[in-house]
Design a protein around this ligand. Sequence first.
Ligand code: HEC
Length: 518
Amino acid sequence: MSNIISKETPSDGRLASRVLHWFDQRTGIKKLTATALDEPIPGGARWAYVFGSGLLFIFLLQVITGVCLALYYTPTAETAHTSVAYITKQVAGGAFLRSLHSYGSSAMIIVLALHFLQTFLYGAFKGRRELLWMSGALLSFLVLGMGFTGYLLPWDQKAYFATAVGTNVAGQVPFIGSFLTRMLRGGDTIGTLTLSRFYVGHVFLIPGFIFLFVGAHILLFRKAGPAGPIHEDPVAPKLPTEPFYPRQVFFDMGFALLIIAALAGLAYLRPVTLGPIANPADSHFLPRPEWYYLPMFQWLKYWEGPGVIIGILVIPGLLAACLFLMPFLDRRLERRIWRRPIPALAVTIVVFGMVYLGVKSQLDDTEGSAAQQLAQQREDEKAFSVAPFEPYTKPVAATSVPTPSAKAADPLVAKGKDIFSDRGCNACHGDNGVGTPLAPSLTGITRKYPQDRLVALLHSPNARMKAGGMPAVDATPDEMNALLAYLKTLGAAPANSAASLHSPADAPKGTTTLPNGD
Ligand code: HEC
């Protein structure tokens, strides 16, 4: 027995090499790394090839910083914002960590764009690389999904309102629109259920799919091999090759170092801010998405009325289809971009179109009342970011917004409530009709007017209502009944309703404080 072992083990080796040998016999790791590092690159290593591994590097960085953030983060409407404030204001290095993660998401988009442009311009998707390209296209959408789901998690004003806009867009899809919006939100409103959906998507589902498709992408890449420079035959490369290691590995590592240096520098010098907690009743807040969603944001402004479907579904759908099917559309083996005028022109138009839309949306915001409001929002955000940390305390019953939650159990009332928010009444009159600077409170409205008078008023608003922008309520008798039933629950006069919250029957669950409990 000992003879056999000593034959296989380098007896003169140092401990490290003997351990490696032991490990290799059981895993075949040496052969594995050799195959990984010997990958032949036709035409040799180049800086142009660093973007793919750069993306993998950023993804791993996002996973690591994300896991660290998840140690503190709690995905509920009550606590999410406080937990993020805790991370940025209390946790050692927390602001840096969160900034790395936030800038990391932007870096991901930039490097993704570079990776796309490089493979496109070099025609590196040609020659039996259709699946490789399509897995990459799918990964791009997953990355955008990460941006969308991650944006809500801090639960500050901009997170809340950007998500309101984003999920509303889905509502414009014909037939299944309201179903889509409800599915994204986990109900009618944006609240804890929405947060937990976005959290699960951001932390489990989408990253899981990204891991899966990164694996597939790399596997397919290794199967096809690097396409090499632009003159190379993509199916049967003829140029002399150079192995992946050492030069390409050093280029890739150099690029990774550049990325981490840039991200760390930014995170240190310009830590990302956190705005005040989401306030759904704020009707003045102007939502703006993350910069890479600005072109889409601007694009959607141009589409209204019946044509909206073309803007939100048909054209983006066609573009996405073209992206996915690029290897089938641009089929010839010709790789040189100047010999592929149509794809080159198409991509140029799309890229310039997106840049134009993004810049336009920024320029539109530099003028008028929007500019003022946005400046105010930035001020508020800065002010909250530098304010000292305040721990979460359960809201005291008497100061919470009166919610007719006990009565909302009635299906007619619930339907009325849906109509109230679907028709955007809450946008002006506030959630639960508490009133906003735009429109008066509707509390006690069913006592103020007799029912027929109220119905008439809703069907044809008076001059002052029209002047305030209130649309006529175009509803079936059933819908009107539901709306009235809901308005009735807003019945109590404000003073009474605050008092009524003290009675256990009316108090919304979970908002009462424990006696000396906290
Ligand atoms: C664009 C903003 C806006 C929207 C949306 C809106 N309203 Fe109004 N509403 C107003 C304004 C402004 C007034 C009050 C005008 C005045 O009397 O000064 C008003 C008045 C009313 C009144 C009369 C209040 C009173 O005390 O006389 C009722 C009832 C009412 N709205 C119900 C609704 C319902 C129901 C919806 C949803 C279908 C709705 N509003 C949507 C702006 C809005």
